[in-house]
Design a protein around this ligand. Structure first.
Ligand SMILES: Nc1ncnc2c1ncn2[C@@H]1O[C@H](COP(=O)(O)OP(=O)(O)O)[C@@H](O)[C@H]1O
Ligand SMILES: [Mg+2]
Length: 253
């Protein structure tokens, strides 16, 4: 489904991503773990074309969406179209405060309706179905400030799913939540994994990363230090830096 090859990103003189290469099969979940500052968010932002990589390629279903060597020709319109392959769920939900839960889910599809010809009723029905899937059917008319953090994040997941992305990306989806609310969000993501949603999940929830993912990447200093089977990487890491990270992590939790 997704192949990333030799991706690099600099900010001024600092190289934040170095030679990042990995691939993800359809229906698989990839967890990315690593300390703060290791480049995880930047990687997701590159995949979503919120940042422009300095080198490398991004290929989705055999279509090269990004090639740093030929990027100069890429129009805004093309970038917007490419972005639709990826759904993004942020740490801080980023819902539109002036819209209800349902409106947050349907807004993008309504804006696209002039091209897709989709009816307002069909969009609403699809939005309601997604909210129902997230356990929020009775919250459709609520505004973000009337929802708990966990509910807001589930609305954000429904919103990302509404555009049928090929790959759903999560950037620390539970980091901004009170501990008692993380469970409901992890449960929803677990459900998506069971339905074989192709996902990339940046997370500090190690047990979750191990259980839900088909593949784990450990990043440090902008490099992929170790990648492979979750039980291998998390329970039996080979690299010294992975061992140190996991040991530090175990101490603090
Ligand atoms: N827009 C930016 N300008 C300059 N430096 C940035 C920018 N975004 C991120 N960085 C730097 O890139 C590095 C990686 O950041 P980030 O991808 O957010 O890491 P993580 O998500 O793993 O914590 C950090 O050193 C951070 O300070
Ligand atoms: Mg981050």
């Amino acid at each position: 489904m997704l192949t990333v090859q030799h991706l690099e990103k600099h900010f001024e003189n600092t190289k934040v991503l170095n030679d990042i290469s990995f691939s993800l099969e359809e229906g698989q979940a990839l967890s990315i773990i690593g300390s703060s500052g290791s480049g995880k968010t930047t990687l997701l932002r590159c995949l979503n074309f919120l940042e422009t990589p300095d080198a490398g390629t991004i290929t989705v279903q055999d279509k090269v969406l990004f090639d740093a060597d030929h990027h100069a020709n890429c129009s805004e319109k093309e970038i917007r179209k490419n972005r639709l392959h990826f759904g993004m769920v942020f740490q801080s939900f980023n819902l539109f405060p002036q819209y209800t839960a349902l409106e947050n889910v349907t807004l993008a599809r309504e804006l696209m309706a002039k091209d897709t010809g989709e009816s307002k009723d069909a969009i609403r029905a699809a939005g309601m179905e997604l909210l129902d899937q997230m356990g929020l059917a009775d919250r459709a008319g609520h505004y973000p400030h009337q929802l708990s953090g966990g509910q807001q994040q589930r609305v954000a997941i429904a919103r990302a799913l509404a555009l049928h992305p090929d790959i759903l990306c999560f950037d620390e989806p539970t980091s901004a939540l009170d501990p008692e609310l993380t469970g409901e969000v992890l449960k929803v993501i677990r459900g998506l994994a069971e339905q074989k949603t192709t996902m990339i999940i940046v997370t500090h929830e190690m047990a979750f990363a191990r259980d839900v993912a088909d593949q784990v990447i450990f990043m440090d200093g902008g490099f992929i230090v170790e990648q492979g089977d979750p039980k291998q990487v998390i329970d039996h890491p080979q690299e010294e830096r992975t061992k140190q990270f996991l040991a530090r992590f175990a101490e603090n939790n």
